[in-house]
Design a protein around this ligand. Structure first.
Ligand SMILES: [Zn+2]
Length: 242
């Protein structure tokens, strides 16, 4: 099974970019968690570089992916600096394989952004640590601008983020050729074992019928009926008189 590292950018003391009352580290984390959830329908092992609001060095993030021998590294960020829309980065020295994966992923995500009314800023390259120091193909996604009013309106919208996460997960699945997870049939629940299992060959109802046939009891009784002393004494006395 393939392994994907999802890397929510920034965290802890490092908020990343801020704007419109939002912190990049929080947006990155929320979106990353949603992507991980969406990936659950595929046969893939998802590793998160951070699972809480903690600070994590850039080299540490790469180490997590390298130690796990991951197949792909996907860093999730939010842009800033006066712009709008979506862009993605691979390392400046990225080979054809890394570019091909990014191409499929980027195009899938860009379709969603365009439908939502955002521009595709393009497929870019940069000498970022997490792209350079990872041993496997890596990508960094810049999801809208935190200092843009129109962009942050969407970034606050949970259903927008959820669909975006679905587009990213679908893009990763297409780019990395992840098979859909086929749910194994649930085995039927075994019948509960009765707590007072009858001895094989022993039928309490037949035993009661025999007592009645022999005249030791006169009325019908269910196997689970309680016995009162009056009845019991009568049965014993009938036996004594036999
Ligand atoms: Zn960032």
């Amino acid at each position: 099974m393939k392994k994907i590292v999802i890397d929510p950018g920034h965290g802890g003391e490092d908020p990343g970019a801020t704007g419109n009352g939002l912190k990049e580290k929080d947006l990155n984390f929320e979106l990353s968690k949603m992507v991980a959830v969406k990936l659950a329908v595929y046969e893939v092992n998802v590793i998160m570089t951070r699972t809480a609001d903690v600070e994590l060095g850039l080299y540490e993030r790469c180490e997590i992916a390298n130690d796990a021998s991951a197949d792909y590294f996907c860093s999730i960020h939010t842009n800033a600096g006066g712009g709008t829309g979506f862009e993605s980065f691979v390392y400046t020295g990225a080979g054809e394989h890394t570019e091909n994966i990014r191409g499929i992923l980027h195009d899938k995500v860009a379709v969603y952004y365009k439908r939502a009314g955002f521009v595709d800023r393009g497929k870019k390259q940069a000498n970022y640590v997490v792209l350079r120091e990872t041993d496997m193909p890596a990508v960094l996604l810049e999801n809208l601008f935190i200092d843009n009013q129109k962009d942050t309106t969407k970034l606050r919208d949970v259903s927008f983020l959820d669909e975006l996460a679905g587009a990213i997960a679908g893009g990763l699945a297409a780019a990395l050729d992840l098979p859909a997870r086929i749910d194994k049939p649930v085995p039927p629940t075994p019948a509960p074992i009765p707590t007072s299992a009858p001895t094989p060959g022993w039928d309490p109802a037949t035993e009661i019928a025999r007592l009645k046939a022999d005249g030791l009891i006169k009325s019908d009784h269910q196997p689970g009926d309680p016995v009162v002393w009056g009845e019991l004494a009568t049965v014993i006395n009938r036996l004594r008189s036999k």
